[in-house]
Every structure is written in C-alpha cells, then in structure tokens.
Design a protein around this ligand. Structure first.
Ligand SMILES: Nc1ncnc2c1ncn2[C@@H]1O[C@H](COP(=O)(O)OP(=O)(O)OP(=O)(O)O)[C@@H](O)[C@H]1O
Ligand SMILES: [Mg+2]
Length: 471
C-alpha cells in the first residue's frame, strides 16, 4: 500500500521522474515524462536512455549519473547553467527568447537495503515560469536603469540650459545698459567736443597773446625807464598796485593748466565716443595683434616701469581682422589697470613690485579665435565688484585718477569685434583679463557689422565673466 501510494504520487506529480541503472537503462518513466516526451513507459523501459534520446548531452549526463553512483550523493543542475535536459514544450505558450521548457534537474541515488546505489532517480522540475519572471524582472531593471540614465542626461541638459539662460539674461542686461549709456555718451561726447575744440583753439591763441603782452610790458617798462627815468617810480608803483609781476608770471601757468585740463576733457570725450562707437572712420584691417600690443607697451612703458616688470609670453597667432587702434586702446586700458593694481605712487622710484604678463594664444576649442591676456599679481577685485567693473563710470580709484570708463570702453570695443572678454580675479593674488577675438573679425560690409554689434544681437555680444570662477 505504502509502495503503491508513493508510486501513485511519483506517477502523478507535476514534474518528470524517471530512474536509470548504472548502464543508463531506463527502469521507470512517469506520466509527466510520457506526456512531454511523447514516449510511453512501455516503449522506453529497459532501453538505454541515450539510445532513446540521442539528442541528450551524452558526456555530461553519463558523467553526472556515474558520479551519483560512485559518490552516493545527490547532484543538481539548474536552468540558469543548463536551460534544459529534455527539449520539452511548456504547458503555456512561451514568448520571447525562451524556446523550450526550462528545467532544474535533481539526480538522486537510490540504495538497496545494503546501502548500495542500485539506481539513480532523475527529477525534472519545470522552472519556465520562474525563468520568465526573472527575465521580466531583468527587463524592468534595465528599463529603470535606462530611464535613470535618460533622466540624468535630461537633468544635465536642463542645468546647462538654465546656465545658458542666466548667461543670456546677463548679456541682455549688460547690452541694454550699454546701449542706453552708449547713446547718452554719444550725445554728450558730440555736444562737448565742439566747444572743447574752439576753447582749446582760443587758448592756444590766448597763449600767444599772453606771451606777446608779457614781452610788450617788459619792453614798455624798459623803454620808459630809459627815456623818462622820472616816471620810473610812478610806473613801478602802478605795476605794484596791479601786482603786475605776479600776473605776468601766473598768466602763462593759468593758460598752460587750462590747456592740460582741456586735454583731459578731450581724452574723456574720445573715450566716450569710442565707447559709443559713433566714430566710423576707423578702418578694419588684417593686423598683427603682437604689433598692437607692442606699440601700446611702448606708450605705457613710463607709467608701468616703476611698479611692474613687463613679461611677454607670445604664441604664434595669425593676423586678426580688427581695428588696430581700438585693439591697442583695449591693451592700454588693461595694462594701465594692471599697473594701478599694484597701488601706491608709481612716480616714486624704487624696485618694481610685481609683474604684468601679456600672453597671447589660440583658442584650443576653436582655431578661428585668438586671445590675449593681461595678468597682474596686484590687489585683485572683490567678487561683489566683479559685476560692476564693466559699468561706465564705475571706479574705485581716487578722484582725478580714474574716470571708470576704461573697462566699459574696452567692453564696447571687444563687443564691436564680436569678441568676448572675461576676468578671473582673486583678492590679494591678482587679476587676469582675457580678450578672445575672431580671426576673421568684421567682413566686407565692416561699417554695418559695427551697427550689428551695437544692435544687441545675442551672437554679437560679449559677456564679461561674472565671477572669478567663470574662467
Ligand atoms: N587689474 C585690475 N586689478 C584690480 N582692479 C581692477 C583691475 N582692472 C580694473 N579694476 C577695477 O575695475 C574698476 C574699473 O576699471 P576701469 O578701467 O573701467 O576704470 P578705472 O581704471 O577706475 O578708470 P579709468 O580707466 O577710466 O582711468 C577699477 O576702478 C578697479 O576697481
Ligand atoms: Mg582703467
């Protein structure tokens, strides 16, 4: 009864069960095996397993079963390592890459009463469902990983888009500000330029008159004292009353100082005009940036020599289409600022306090652009002021020393050249300004190009870096 119950279970259980002897002859063959292999128990029992199923992995299977006979311990094979032993259909339609029933196989030693292994029972368990679920799980995991990767990329895109937007916003603000101030400056420059011109011309004439009058007064005094000595005292008294000596001494000084003052006004007017770029007489040409720099360094040599050594680090760069005088002006403004960053009175002789390095090079990312840099090791610019240094009239220098137009003029010029200017600065360590210019600057319609740059088109606008980290 007990035996027949076990047999009944083995017969009906939903997995394949069969036994073989040491020669691989089939001893029993349950219903599952019959229905899935299509071979009845009667037709296979007593036959060699490998003869009946020549497609079975002969060597592997023989070794596996022999191993169980020899060692007397169970063996196992999982679907993950060997998907199936018998190529069976699955009870429900199998989709995807799974083309046959997946199987776990158990090899169980069957002993007689003396403990000798007389047969090996093989149990074949259908694991297709597990395998499908596992595959789906992996697919989902892959999908989640892909989605995460895509999200990360999107996030990066969004972040850089956001940065670009902030950048563009800053550009717009800066260009609007400059456009408004540029118009104002252009008007003011024009209004001031004419009177300054004629006052300067009048002063030159007056200078001549004063000199003539001084000569005349001296001659009259001499002639009177020779021809009418009696009048000498009266004339001297008159001269004293009028403080003539002082007047004659002071008049040329006054004229001279006035001329100097007006020259300064004229410089500011020229700066204002450059800033607003109303002057279209300057011509675009292919120029050697190193020559522009050198001619400027010659001019500022005197100003710079007591506070810093000039160091040149020039790379080989092509000629650049630009307005050379304006590029010189840019170099001038940057170098003078760099010199002033060393502070103190440079007229006082003494050992220079630092270096000003002028570098040039090609843009690594874009060979159609060249750059030049002016780097100092001076006082540096506080981060909160970095945003303002390009604003017209922003200066931290004492009254009379800075107009605060240098960098805004520079910005305007670089802008008109479709270039960019950036700044990196650390307090107490120094500042580096870098100007990048396109090699092929403005094109045949050069005058229009300038107008275009002024119009505020985003492409044409350069942005000053807003923080030291920006470069
Ligand atoms: N190399 C530098 N090191 C430190 N500060 C600088 C440097 N360059 C510019 N600055 C700061 O930027 C401000 C604006 O510079 P900008 O050249 O526009 O005007 P300025 O030098 O003050 O006057 P101007 O050039 O009209 O004589 C300066 O006052 C200074 O505070
Ligand atoms: Mg300056």
């Amino acid at each position: 009864m007990k035996t027949s119950l076990s047999e009944a279970i083995v017969e009906r259980v939903n997995c394949g069960v069969f036994t073989v002897d040491r020669e691989l002859r089939i001893l029993t063959w349950n219903r599952f095996m019959q229905s899935h292999s299509g071979r009845s128990a009667e037709s296979v029992v007593g036959q060699n397993l490998l003869d009946v199923f020549p497609e079975l992995p002969r060597q592997w299977l023989s070794r596996k079963i022999e191993g169980v006979f020899v060692l007397g311990t169970p063996a196992y094979s999982s679907w993950e390592h060997r998907p199936y032993l018998f190529r069976f259909e699955h009870s429900r339609p199998i989709t995807g890459t799974i083309d046959a029933m997946r199987q776990n196989c158990n090899f169980i030693p069957i002993e007689n009463s003396r403990g000798e292994v007389v047969a090996v029972g093989v149990a074949i368990v259908d694991t297709t469902d597990v395998c499908i679920a596992y595959g789906e799980l992996q697919d989902r995991e892959k999908a989640v990983t892909n989605a995460l990767a895509e999200l990360t990329v999107r996030n990066q895109q969004l972040t850089s888009l956001n940065d670009a937007l902030a950048h563009a916003h800053q550009q717009l603000l800066q260009s609007e500000k400059l456009a408004a101030i540029g118009q104002l400056a252009a008007g003011v420059a024009h209004e001031i330029n004419n009177p300054v011109g004629f006052v300067l011309s009048n002063l030159n004439t007056l200078d001549g008159y004063v000199k003539t009058l001084i000569r005349y007064a001296a001659d009259v005094q001499r002639m009177v004292s020779e021809a009418a000595p009696a009048l000498k005292h009266d004339i001297e008294a008159l001269a004293e009353q009028a403080d003539l000596d002082y007047l004659l001494g002071d008049a040329p000084t006054l004229v001279h100082e006035s001329k100097e003052g007006l020259a300064r006004v004229r410089t500011i007017v020229v700066d204002l005009r450059d800033f607003s770029r109303v002057d279209s007489t300057q011509v675009w040409e292919l120029a050697d940036i190193h020559r522009c720099i050198e001619s400027t360094l010659n001019i500022v040599h005197n100003e710079v020599k007591y506070c810093a050594h000039l160091v040149r680090e020039y790379a080989e760069i092509p000629f650049v289409r630009c307005i050379p005088s304006q590029i010189s002006q840019v170099v001038l403004n940057l170098v003078v600022n760099a010199a002033q960053a060393y502070g103190g009175n440079h007229e006082q002789h003494g050992a220079p306090r630092g270096t000003i390095t002028v570098r040039t090079g090609m843009d690594a990312a874009d060979p159609s652009r060249v750059w030049f840099e002016v780097a100092d090791m001076g006082c540096g610019i506080p981060p909160e002021l970095l945003k303002r240094i390009f604003d017209p009239f922003f200066t931290t220098k004492p009254v009379g020393q800075g107009t605060g137009l240098g960098l805004s003029v520079t910005y305007g010029i670089v802008n008109a050249h479709r270039g960019t200017i950036s700044v990196a600065s650390t307090i107490g360590e120094g500042t580096t300004f870098r100007v990048t210019l396109p090699v092929d600057g403005a094109q045949p319609e050069d005058s229009n190009t300038e107008a275009l740059a002024q119009s505020g088109s985003l492409d044409a606008i350069a942005l000053p870096a807003q923080s030291p980290a920006a470069t």
